[in-house]
Design a protein around this ligand. Sequence first.
Ligand SMILES: [Zn+2]
Length: 337
Amino acid sequence: MKIDMHSHFFPRITQAEAAALDPVRGPWLRVDDGGKSGQIMRADQPFRPVYDALWDVDARLAEMDAQKVDIQVTCSTPIMFGYEYPTERVMPWVQRMNELAIEFCEPTKGRVIALAQVPLQDIDAACREASRAMSIGHHGVQIGNHMGDRDLDDEGLVTFLQHCANEDIPILVHPWDMMGGDRMKQWMLPWLVSMPAETQLGILSLILSGAFERIPESLKICFGHGGGSFAFLLGRVENAWKHRDIVRKDCPKPPSEYVKRFFVDSAVFDPGALRLLADVMGTDRIMLGSDYPFPLGEQQIGQLVADHPDLTDADKKAIWSDNAIDFFNIDVKGVAA
Ligand SMILES: [Zn+2]
């Protein structure tokens, strides 16, 4: 069985609906004649070319069948987060997106399941919406890796993580609003350089701040894109923790000891990188994730794991399905490609 736990959807939001959130920057979907392709738009500006599997669940199921993906966990495209708006303006938007996610999944009878988005700019509202979303059928939440200049060690964000730990709400952390600004203007550098750094920053903010010491061990938290730069640079962090008191001042244990507190997905695109990831994280903490249906995702979902010379059949089964079944409490009975 294959469960792809990192995929996105974007519903058929009209320009008028987007304008109610923000007339200038509200995201909406322009579908081309024929219905097979389109553009995510911001007002009249194209943001990203996309194709029908992003919004048409039948097109998605056909691709899942072709790729032998049994179950897919899907969540908002991060441009939908709306973290920059006041709560009263964003709340109807967030709740509408979460309802549309459930509508998207409903005809698939458990083959596509959803993670909710929450208004992270208002922690009380985010906690309430996370709980509400679980009650209407979501399997967890997706959050951005930071909220403006606040990282995951921010007191409010830690409160949100504690809430999710206490209510058994699994979390996928996704990089967004990438660092680097004007120096990342071309060649998709925000995706290639900033995204992995954002994810590493999210993980290190939880480790080095000691936040993991204040969050129950029941927290289920997964970082996308293989945890970004984290695994490759853990040795550098460990060395810094040993030799500089300013690195260890808030972090009582060596950084490597916190690896057991979180999960990552398998979207690293290279056998050597996956080998390192398995060495650092353990195969019990990696879940199949493709970033479907975008061009920077794994195009043959699960192939990197399938072809890997060093992974045993038990490792592959853990990464493909067993870890995600436990993490997201997925009921797999009667669901198969
Ligand atoms: Zn993604």
